[in-house]
Design a protein around this ligand. Structure first.
Ligand SMILES: [Zn+2]
Length: 348
């Protein structure tokens, strides 16, 4: 089906096709209509109905916090975020030891910055969620302000590193945001970002969700960066935060003229239209088999759950579990819920 309504935010091509019409519109397990489309030139994947800057601000002020049930005063959540930032800190210290003026774009409660400050970084954070900003100010005395990436309230060349851990997927205007990041970075400054490529490992309907406006592949992410003043990329797939499926990309601010769209595409910086759909079909099929296997193992009333926990812990059963839980049993209970969804909600 050709929808032909808006142009692609990366390559400006006007033709896109629908790849999925359902996604997460509420909390975990709540699915509804969500049109996900793919540009037929560069292969960029995005929500068909994009929120403009004002609507996006409102969304993050009111809905986002409710949809993501993490608790600011939960010590376990705090410890988990603090320990997740250790891997990032170690990586950045080893890779860019001189870049110490840091902006955390989409900093949330600001926990990531605490380890950085202790390591001698000068940190500032910005987030569109008022409750996060209030919490960071009241509890940890961090320099955190309310705002969005399309309009960064900082002077030119204020930072020599900007970290963006999964935020570019949520901003309303990608080009404006990249322009602003470029402006506040010092000469040859670094943009370090975490992304979760659209070659997913978990549930398709959870990955495609209302709060995520765009779904990069590594290639389309790089294409967007190269067209907007960044160069010399460095990629690591080491799981710096101990999760699953993350990719970390560092690029440098460049004063040189960007390569043309056509030459970048020619050099492979695009996602061939249609390939993601084939990937998702195969992925869903494998996930369905694994889900059935898991549900069989745990039994209809989860009566064998402890045995399955020991199978996973001993390495005899390799099952991809959602991270963010400190013990295998809680992670497995979530995995069982996901397996039920996979069986009940076939991917179309
Ligand atoms: Zn495109």
């Amino acid at each position: 089906m050709n929808l032909d309504k808006v142009s692609c935010e990366i390559c400006s091509y006007k033709n896109y096709t629908l790849i999925q019409s359902k996604g997460k519109v509420g909390k975990f397990g709540e699915y509804g209509n969500l049109n996900i489309v793919q540009c037929q030139k560069c292969g960029h994947v995005f929500q068909e109905k994009k929120r403009n800057i004002e609507k996006n601000k409102k969304f993050f002020k009111t809905d986002y916090h409710k949809l993501n049930s993490h608790y600011s005063d939960d010590q376990e959540a705090i410890n988990s975020q603090l320990s997740r930032s250790e891997g990032i800190l170690r990586y950045l210290l080893a890779t860019f030891p001189k870049n110490k003026k840091l902006l955390d774009l989409g900093c949330g409660y600001g926990y990531i910055m605490q380890n950085f400050i202790q390591a001698g970084y000068k940190c500032a954070g910005i987030d569109p969620d008022q409750s996060c900003v209030n919490f960071a100010k009241e509890n940890s005395n961090l320099e955190v302000i309310l705002g969005s990436s399309e309009n960064l309230p900082y002077q030119d060349e204020s930072f020599d590193i900007v970290i963006s851990l999964g935020t570019l997927e949520h901003v309303s205007d990608l080009k404006k945001s990249l322009k602003e990041i470029w402006r506040v970075l010092s000469k040859e400054g670094i943009l370090f970002l975490r992304m979760r490529p659209n070659r997913i490992w978990g549930l398709p309907y959870e990955y495609f969700n209302i709060s995520t406006i765009r779904y990069f592949s590594v290639e389309t992410q790089l294409l967007s960066l190269f067209l907007n003043g960044f160069s010399s990329h460095l990629i690591t797939t080491e799981q710096l935060e101990g999760r699953n499926g993350d990719v970390y990309i560092s690029v440098r601010k460049s004063e040189e003229k960007a390569s043309s769209l056509d030459s970048l595409i020619k050099n492979g910086y695009f996602d061939k239209p249609g390939e993601l759909t084939i990937y998702l079909k195969n992925h869903y099929h494998k996930l369905l088999e694994k889900s059935k296997e898991l549900l069989n193992l745990v039994g209809p009333k989860n009566e064998n759950i402890d045995r399955v926990v020991s199978l996973i812990e001993s390495g005899s059963l390799n099952y991809p579990l959602f991270t963010g839980y400190t013990d295998t049993k809680s992670a497995l209970l979530r995995g069982i819920q996901e397996a039920h969804i996979t069986v009940k909600e076939p991917w179309i």
